[in-house]
Design a protein around this ligand. Structure first.
Ligand SMILES: [Zn+2]
Length: 285
């Protein structure tokens, strides 16, 4: 069970009634007695911080909804306030603070390609309104809260990203970086994308073929040959004779292409004392 999943009741908006039940009074009538602004009280009611408050449909020419609460609850709140006791919403996250976070989230909201947001919202649709947002947001970890309003660098379709990357560093380097996970793609809606932050970070790092921690670096045979100063035929010979590890690429770009362990090729070539000037020695070895 996903711990981020919020019980359905917490996400539901208060039911909208067509007229207030008997004995209910408008929340706005309490504003003066409680020393609150009417709109601030409505906001508190919207996020369920005013006990027993109900939404009632507007009458013509009035605001869209009005909040009502039982006369007894209203009297109790006023008495509490007059006695200097804390109100039910005090000590809770500040409504203004939450409203600000919500506004920022609406502006910076990440596209559906963001896997992290997808996880944060419990692998379901993001909240559709402020109330649903508050109900779910207040239960998130600090890191998840921060992620929601981080600036999102636009994901680019992989073909467009590839064009850009190939111009920067050459086709083979991009294919190898993808195969080694130094460049990562996103799969969403049946299409491949690349986060432009990934492109920026990779460029800033100097177009690495693999992550610095990689134990194995998969390279195209031509790259392995160039890096060991031998002919590509010699590398292919080593692959064919199981002298070095090789594999077929499986990613969206490297699919069907042959990769060889670059470090192993270097080690074998060095051990055998091979060079491009002496290709025959491969066969003789
Ligand atoms: Zn996100």
């Amino acid at each position: 069970m996903d711990s981020l999943q919020v019980p359905a009741a917490g996400q539901q908006e208060a039911a909208l009634l067509s007229c207030p039940p008997d004995g209910y009074v408008p929340l706005s009538d309490l504003a003066r007695a409680l020393g609150q602004r009417v709109d601030a009280l409505s906001r508190l009611a919207r996020i369920s911080m005013v006990p027993d408050a109900l939404r009632v449909e507007r009458r013509e020419g009035t605001r869209s909804v009005a909040w009502y609460l039982p006369g007894r609850t209203a009297d109790g709140l006023i008495a509490q306030h007059q006695a200097g006791h804390p109100m039910p919403w005090q000590g809770k996250p500040l409504v203004d603070d939450l409203a600000g976070k919500y506004r920022l989230w609406c502006v910076r909201r990440h596209p559906s390609a963001c896997l992290k947001c997808h996880r944060i919202w419990g692998h379901s649709e993001p909240p559709a309104n402020f109330e649903a947002y508050v109900a779910r947001y207040t239960r998130l970890s600090l890191g998840d809260k921060a992620h929601l309003t981080q600036l999102w660098a636009k994901p680019r379709p992989l073909s467009e990203a590839m064009e850009h990357l190939v111009r920067l560093s050459g086709h083979d380097r991009v294919v190898e970086a993808l195969e080694n996970g130094a460049l990562r793609t996103l799969e969403r809606d049946g299409r491949a994308w690349m986060d432009s932050r990934v492109i920026d970070e990779w460029s800033a790092a100097g177009y690495p073929q693999a992550l610095p921690s990689a134990q194995q670096v998969w390279a195209l045979p031509s790259t392995a040959a160039a890096s060991s100063s031998v002919d590509v035929g010699q590398v292919l010979w080593l692959i064919e004779h199981d002298e070095v590890q090789a594999r077929m690429g499986s990613g969206p770009v490297s699919k069907g292409r042959l990769f060889v362990d670059l470090l192993e090729v270097g080690a074998v070539i060095a051990r055998r004392g091979l060079s491009a000037c002496a290709p025959a020695r491969v066969d003789a070895a």
